[in-house]
Design a protein. Sequence first.
Length: 54
Amino acid sequence: MTALAQRLAGGIGLTIVVVPFAALLTALMFVLCLIQVRPRLVLVSPVVWLQLFR
C-alpha cells in the first residue's frame, strides 16, 4: 500500500513539472518501491534534467 502512495505522489509531481517519460518513470518508481528501494533513485534524473535544461 505504501508503494502505491509513493508512486502516486511521485507521478503527480513528475506530471506537474512536465517531465518527459513521466509514466515510465512512475512505473519504475513503483517497482523500486515494491522491492524496498527508495524512489529517490528515479527522481534524481528528472531533477538534474530540470536544472540543466529549464
